[in-house]
Write a protein that binds this ligand. Structure first.
Ligand SMILES: *[C@@H]1O[C@H](CO)[C@@H](O)[C@H](O)[C@H]1NC(C)=O
Length: 471
């Protein structure tokens, strides 16, 4: 830029040499800019004709104006750079001040974190102390739904402060288990009321039914393993896999609260004790919601009815994905042929010594119970039997050794299993095996062939019944 200016000035100086009387007139034009008028006397009037001199002069004028504008711009630019540098300086010191403040905040937060960690450790130790302490010998105030037949010595009753303990344990569980849905609004583990099975009863039961298949001759008293306090636990389904598959062992218990329209959560507990305490170690989210309390567990898969459909789903627990799905041809669903208690219990899976079954009705059967044996891999119907038992007249049904049994009432505290249907002969018969609905709202009854027990969900209570079979 300066080079341009210098050259221009030099040219100007050279251009004026040899001129005798040259005058440079400087005036302001209308824009407030300087206007230079350059006048030279000419000895030969003809050598400087007026029309020819005009453009040259005006060209010079405009070049000067341009020069001046450039100079003033340069000067202004220099001033601006100075101002910018001052601004930078200010911004830098501001940033430094902020850095110091942030460092101070960080130190304060570090101290706070250490403090919280110390308190968390204290709480954890307190929690462990509480768990190690034996439960108090006296019973807590009797709850309205307490098992009245339970002897006081039948096992430790969980004291009322379980609520806070449960929370501590849940926190630990969540640390251990990445599948835990933190902050999930759909899940609330509240305090549980627990009665445990006395050891004497356990050994008596396990010794009793190791004698192969047979007809059902009696059902024991219900034993409550857990009471759900949360309204979502009014009815549901809970089960143990009779033929478990890794990574889950034989003591693993699975539970689904089926109140609500978007039933997807499957809670896994390591054993009865963890179920009783309410500490799941696994929570699985089904990719498609389920309906009914008819789900069953078999060989590492959960079998269930997809919501508002006759689609049977096989959900593989190990891969946590759907392994098979199939429509159950002509089956009623969503309240077409439920059990007498309702609840969209149209399609009910069952497992026994002979494998996987599904109990339902169809328009063709006109409400009579149909039982189909399923291929557990691909859910294909292997064979079907149409019974003469009306599905809507029975409270529930289950399979033992290839025989279908139906419960007469879901609410009567003492009712009967009053029908059986043998798939081997295609014959049904009236029976009268006493059965108790101790909590008066029994929404699920399933047989577990490995444990030789009925599993039921009776009004928040997850209960088991021992069974006796005879030839
Ligand atoms: C079984 O009980 C149900 C419900 O009370 C009743 O409708 C049915 O007739 C009974 N069946 C037999 C065979 O007694």
């Amino acid at each position: 830029m300066w080079l341009q200016v210098a050259m221009f000035v030099t040219c100007l100086a050279l251009g004026t040499q040899g001129q005798d009387r040259a005058t440079l007139l400087r005036t302001n034009n209308r824009d407030g800019r300087c206007q230079y008028t350059f006048t030279v006397d000419s000895p030969l009037e003809a050598s400087c004709p007026a029309p020819a001199g005009g453009p040259k002069l005006s060209a010079l004028e405009s070049r000067l104006a341009l020069l001046e504008a450039q100079v003033s711009r340069l000067v202004a630019g220099q001033a601006g750079a100075g101002a910018a540098s001052a601004g930078l300086q200010e911004a830098y010191s501001q940033a430094m001040r902020e850095k110091v403040q942030l460092q101070r905040d960080k130190d304060r937060l570090d101290r706070l974190t250490q403090d919280l960690q110390r308190r968390l450790e204290e709480l954890r130790q307190e929690n462990e102390r509480l768990q190690a302490r034996p439960c108090p010998p006296h019973l807590p105030p009797t709850a309205p739904l307490r098992d009245s037949n339970q002897r006081p010595s039948s096992g430790p009753n969980v004291p009322s402060h379980l609520g806070s303990r449960s929370q501590g344990q849940s926190e630990r569980t969540s640390v251990r288990d990445s599948a835990w849905p933190l902050g999930s609004p759909g899940f609330q583990e509240l305090k549980a009321e627990v009665t445990e099975l006395p050891a004497s009863q356990l050994s008596q039961e396990s010794g009793e039914s190791s004698t192969g298949c047979g007809e059902l001759v009696s059902v024991g008293e219900p034993v409550s393993h857990r009471k759900a306090d949360n309204i979502a636990g009014k009815y549901g389904v809970w089960m143990q896999d009779p033929e478990p598959v890794a990574p889950y062992g034989s003591t693993m218990i699975w539970r689904i609260d089926t109140v609500g329209t978007d039933v997807r959560q499957l809670f896994g507990y390591e054993d009865m004790d963890q179920l009783a305490r309410g500490f799941p170690t696994k929570v699985l989210l089904l990719p498609e919601p389920m309906e009914s309390t008819g789900a069953a567990l078999y060989r590492g898969s959960l079998y269930y009815q997809r919501r508002r459909s006759r689609t049977m789903m096989r959900y593989d627990l190990a891969t946590e994905s759907v392994a098979a799905r199939r429509d159950l041809t002509h089956a009623g669903f969503h309240g077409q042929y439920p059990y007498s208690w309702g609840g969209y219990t149209d399609i009910d899976f069952a497992v026994d010594e002979q494998g996987l079954w599904v109990i339902y009705s169809s328009s063709k059967a006109k409400g009579a119970i149909v039982v189909s044996q399923l291929d557990p891999n691909n859910l294909e119907v292997k064979r079907s039997w149409e019974t003469n038992i009306r599905k809507g007249a029975v409270a529930n049904a289950f399979m033992i050794c290839g025989r279908l049994y139906t419960v007469a009432s879901y609410s009567s505290p003492s009712t009967t299993i009053n029908h059986s249907y043998d798939t081997a002969t295609g014959k049904s018969k009236a029976i009268a095996v006493p059965f108790q609905n101790r909590y008066r709202y029994n929404s699920m009854v399933d047989y577990n062939p490995a444990h030789r027990k009925l599993y039921a969900w009776d009004n928040f209570h997850m209960v088991t019944y021992s069974v006796r079979l005879a030839n």
